[in-house]
Design a protein around this ligand. Sequence first.
Ligand SMILES: [Zn+2]
Ligand SMILES: [Zn+2]
Length: 107
Amino acid sequence: MAGRSKGPRTVPLPSADQAAALLKRMRGEIDSNSNYRAKSLRIHGPVCAKCGREFDSANLNLLTVHHRDGNHHNNPPDGSNWENLCSHCHDDEHSRGVLGEYLSKTT
Ligand SMILES: [Zn+2]
Ligand SMILES: [Zn+2]
């Protein structure tokens, strides 16, 4: 059968165009990130799942979405992988494992 492509794989440096496209893709990811936050808030309500603190539009930015399985790409539309946590409880949740380290590097 044909379709075998062998040979050295060269990795070209990204051109300005490609870099711009990459940037767009990254922005798109950020967009969908804030999108799941809005969804989670709608599903679970503006309340910290741990300490029960309630939030309103004035301090809603302190309420964050935690991924139960630690996988930020696992965003089922029913919200089963999300937990709304205030920044304090979220910190606490992540300080127990390696995830804490991971998060502090990415934020
Ligand atoms: Zn809390
Ligand atoms: Zn989290």
